[in-house]
Design a protein around this ligand. Structure first.
Ligand code: NAD
Length: 345
């Protein structure tokens, strides 16, 4: 079969090195000419943020961050950025902190430097997300793509094991969905396969030795590859389902991905056998076996999703089914999938 595709890369500097965040961040301030930074962090990252930005020109330290970026939280952050006349946004934290920086960049065009402390991967995408009421909206815009990423695996050692696993499986979901998402191409798939391989290596090490750096480095490296693949390939069925669950029911992002992923793979896999084979090869066998060995979250009912929520979720998922999904998706299919995810493996 001939190889033919159009692949677009996204311009971004990536600095990767354990223990190097302060030096790397300082280099970015110099390169980007930052003189009035707004540092956006979650409570969990406050101490790390203070340490790695010590001595840098920070005019605002901002902590009003919330999961899935509610519109009113974004508006408050935009006002604060304007009031302090900031010239750059530095996010230090998980996807929620990165997401808020992106929401400010979306309307202001301010450059973002991202220092991730989870494996969510938002730092490597031009995807923004906002939640209004119970509805999560996402879009893409080159302005929200961070100009630079500073990866320091030391910053992730404080992420509790269960959260690390869920977040790592969120990265795995970026990889799996990238195998059949609407714009997938051979480069996305190569990145995704290498990401899955690195996750299969890294995550068991994180579970066995949460303070050890090697497993954290493999997992963080994978998180980047996964997000680059996802940014290029677009959101597949898995992400569309998780966006509905997160936005409508306020379910926690990473655990929701961890629960839903094997059900989407079981649904799409038979219609995309080559992708399913590459996933299995990369993760070393059936995905549920890896998830079980990591004690990944198993059931949506453990996270506040009720069986009675399934019909309204189905109604919201159906119009969002991505074009080109490996197989058609009916209301019955989504109902069965969500019921299985609600009940648990
Ligand atoms: P999060 O940022 O909300 O973090 C989860 C929890 O972990 C929080 O309580 C946080 O304070 C804590 N935490 C983070 N880092 C820690 C650390 N190193 N040590 C201890 N605690 C730590 O969650 P997340 O899973 O990183 O990100 C989820 C959000 O990111 C969602 O809103 C999701 O939609 C978004 N997201 C966006 C993209 C994108 O491309 N736009 C990609 C992935 C995720």
């Amino acid at each position: 079969m001939s190889i033919q595709f159009v692949h677009e890369t996204r311009p971004q500097r990536v600095r990767f090195g354990s223990g190097g965040a302060a030096t790397a961040l300082s280099a970015e301030f110099t390169l980007l000419g930052i003189t009035r930074a707004m540092v956006i962090t979650t409570a969990s990252a406050t101490a790390a943020a203070d340490r790695i930005t010590a001595g840098l020109p920070v005019v605002l330290r901002y902590r009003d961050v919330a999961m899935h970026v509610p519109v009113e939280v974004a508006e408050r952050a935009r006002s604060a950025a304007a009031a302090h006349d900031v010239d750059a946004l530095v996010s230090i934290g998980g996807g929620s902190a990165t997401g808020l920086a992106k929401a400010v960049a979306l309307t202001t065009g301010l450059p973002v430097v991202a220092v991730p402390t989870t494996y969510a991967g938002s730092e490597a995408t031009d995807v923004w997300g906002l939640t209004e009421g119970a509805r999560k909206t996402t879009g893409t815009d080159p302005r929200v793509l961070p100009r630079a990423i500073v990866y320091d695996a030391e910053l992730t050692t404080s992420l509790p094991v269960a959260m690390s696993v869920a977040s790592g499986v969120n990265a795995l979901a970026h990889c799996v969905d990238s195998m059949w998402a609407p714009r997938t191409d051979p480069i996305d798939q190569a990145l995704a396969v290498e990401g899955m391989r690195a996750l299969r290596t890294g995550l068991p090490m994180v579970v066995a030795d949460p303070a050890g750096l090697t497993g954290r480095e493999h997992t963080l490296y994978a998180a980047y590859l996964a997000a680059v693949a996802f940014a290029s390939a677009g959101a597949g069925l898995h992400h569309k389902i998780c966006h509905v669950l997160g936005g409508m029911f306020g379910l926690p992002h990473a655990p929701t991905h961890a629960v839903v992923l094997p059900h989407v793979l079981a649904f799409n896999g038979p219609a995309a056998p080559e992708a399913a084979r590459r996933v299995a090869d990369a993760v070393g066998g059936p995905l549920p076996a890896l998830l079980d060995s990591l004690e990944a979250p198993k059931a949506l009912r453990d996270f506040g999703f009720a069986e009675s929520d399934i019909p309204s979720a189905v109604e919201a998922v159906l119009p969002a089914v991505p074009p080109g999904n490996p197989r058609p998706v009916t209301a019955e299919d989504v109902t069965a999938l969500l019921h299985a995810a609600w009940q648990g493996r």
